[in-house]
Design a protein. Structure first.
Lengths: 91, 215
């Protein structure tokens, strides 16, 4: 499998580390209930289809990426810097 | 008294190049005309520059006013008369100076616009050329280094034999393409082990350039 890093171009998957689902958001601060934290930490979808996930380009530019990958075919439809998404979320 | 102190310092602190005790000048592997040429680099000044958020244009302007080169926004190397700016990630660069002259002062001046970290003794560099250099590199580099895919001035961060490397292509010389590879100094032994084994079948002429970082 190859991932097209928006900074470096197409690279072998072994240059990257996988973290997991990109979309779960940590509940706010210390006020979060135990149940909300448990959901955030443990509950994950397991889709047969497009999955948005975090990959780290550790052997390249050291950027975190959000990769949209079809779990059935490994076809990658989008790769964006996680930094851009974070900036968008706060705006 | 003072002289005694100076002498003992000189004995215990001798300069030790990144390639010392690891690679020697001479012919490596197959005899006959060398298919690969390696020039071990030393003596250069090196630092990482990381721009403050949104500060890349200002940093580039400052670097240009001091060295005459701009910072590339894409994975390329920009070379000037005495300095190189090498892309090393989004809004990050390596700045290399041919010599240490004035380098500390330059870094001090740049530190108002960037996180600057002096790395002169932290990396080892080798300049590679020869008619079969691509065949040798293909044994470890996962990238397509064909001239159509990897042009003069292109740079890449990748790995060779699980060792993180920074590589780029310099201006062609009469005998063909020229690449330069930079590795963390602590990994030089492992890197050279891979390189020596990979280049051996083509015959590799190894020489040492301690005069400047530019070969």
């Amino acid at each position: 499998m190859r991932i097209t890093c928006p900074h470096c171009g197409a690279r072998d998957a072994q240059e990257f580390s996988y973290l997991g689902a990109a979309d779960p958001k940590r509940p706010e601060g210390m006020a979060a209930s135990e149940a909300a934290m448990a959901t955030y930490v443990y509950q994950r979808d397991n889709p047969a289809g497009v999955h948005r996930e975090l990959w780290y380009h550790g052997a390249g530019c050291h950027a975190w990426l959000v990769v949209s990958r079809d779990t059935r075919t490994h076809a990658i439809t989008a790769v964006e810097p996680a930094k851009a998404r974070k900036a968008g979320a706060t705006a | 008294m003072a002289e005694t102190a100076t002498t003992s310092t000189a004995v215990s602190w001798t300069q030790h190049g990144a390639w010392a005790d690891i690679a020697q000048a001479g012919q490596l592997g197959a005899a006959g005309p060398a298919g690969v040429t390696a020039i071990l680099q030393g003596g250069f000044g090196l630092a990482t520059l990381i721009a403050t958020p949104g500060g890349a244009p200002a940093l580039s302007g400052l670097v240009e006013s001091r060295t005459g080169i701009t910072l590339p926004a894409t994975p390329t190397i920009v070379s000037g008369a005495s300095h190189d700016a090498i892309w090393s990630g989004p809004e990050q660069w390596l700045l290399r100076a041919a010599t240490h002259d004035g380098f500390a002062e330059l870094l001090e001046a740049l530190s108002v616009q960037a996180a600057v970290s002096e790395q002169s003794d932290a990396r080892a560099a080798v300049r590679l050329s020869g008619p079969q250099i691509r065949d040798a590199l293909a044994k470890g580099v996962m990238l397509d280094l064909h001239p159509a895919a990897f042009a003069v001035g292109d740079t890449a961060l990748t790995s060779i034999a699980h060792i993180g490397v920074h590589l780029w292509r310099l201006t062609d010389e009469p005998d063909g393409s020229v690449f330069e590879i930079m590795v963390a100094r602590s990994m030089v032994g492992s890197f050279w082990s891979w390189f020596a084994a990979s280049a051996a079948e083509f015959g590799c002429q190894v020489s040492i350039d301690r005069s400047t970082g530019r070969g």
